[in-house]
Design a binder for this molecule. Sequence first.
Ligand code: ADP
Ligand code: MG
Length: 339
Amino acid sequence: MPDIIQLLPDNIANQIAAGEVIQRPASAVKELLENAVDAGATEIRLIVNDAGKSLMQVIDNGKGMSETDARMSFERHATSKIKNIDDLFQVRTMGFRGEALASIAAVAQVELKSRRAEDELGTYVEIENSAVIKQEPCACPLGTSISMKNLFFNIPARRNFLKSNAAEMRHIIDEFIHVAMAFPHIFFSFTANGVEQFHLEAGSLKQRILQLMGNQHSSKLVQVKEDTDYMNISGFVGKPETARKTRGDQYFFVNNRFIKSPYLNHAVMSAFEGMLPKDCFPLYVLFIDLDPTQVDINVHPTKQEIKFEDEKIIYAFVQAAVKHSLATFSVAPSLDFTL
Ligand code: ADP
Ligand code: MG
């Protein structure tokens, strides 16, 4: 009997791996936006057409890439962000796996333009099915522009699984909001089908919350801020009157990464105990910062689930910090609230 095992060709292996990272247009948007943040951009523009199905493009004014890096960035496990396993537990960047661009290049037609400050000319790279089909010098502004066309053009089964444009747009907007909320000092713009949906001037976190959630909240946000040697918490919780029947406006960030944590959500809700109408949820935007060694972000490819070294301490801290903030404001309650 002959041997039967063979290595998959690179482009197939990349397509399979891409399934974990790029599930839908919104996952690609997240990866591209995070790369722009990691590149130190102060201005980031997102453009999508047909809910990302025909085009997703992110343009940043970050540090750009050299000619070689521009090509290397699409290789699997190619990253400038970590060098060894110890770095993995110290990462401060949003990315570190070196898998996003390789995945993107496996499932869409990609064009990249990038230029560093020290280079007169930038680099243009065109990729299809994980292969570079064109690379040449080009004149371009400082920074990077990556566009992905026709997502899953080469995997019809997956393309058919995409939801309606309205549903995919909703996911894209969620990812956009997560990144824009975490980096209020960066200007963001988001254009869909030629119409600008968001135009977010750089500013404070409070300004960004109001830009994203509406100015009606401006007098209803209570600041949360506690620092200890172990961790810091900062951000805002809405006064009880902001509570809604849906959980939509609740955001937790750990080291600037949006996470989903029913456990920490419970900590916040318990701090509000007795203050909320039944089945209502207050808005909050909270940032926890702690030593990266105290948290494992490498438990899920999308990094939305994380593991804390000591979950109980964090719970108690979040609960205490929010309680403390709510107590300061209710010492001088607004009239309509005391009724
Ligand atoms: P990761 O972000 O995990 O390192 P990616 O596949 O997302 O992996 O990107 C690979 C590399 O390409 C990054 O480490 C970075 O060096 C470079 N890169 C990607 N996007 C940009 C960008 N917008 N500006 C500058 N460099 C970028
Ligand atoms: Mg990345």
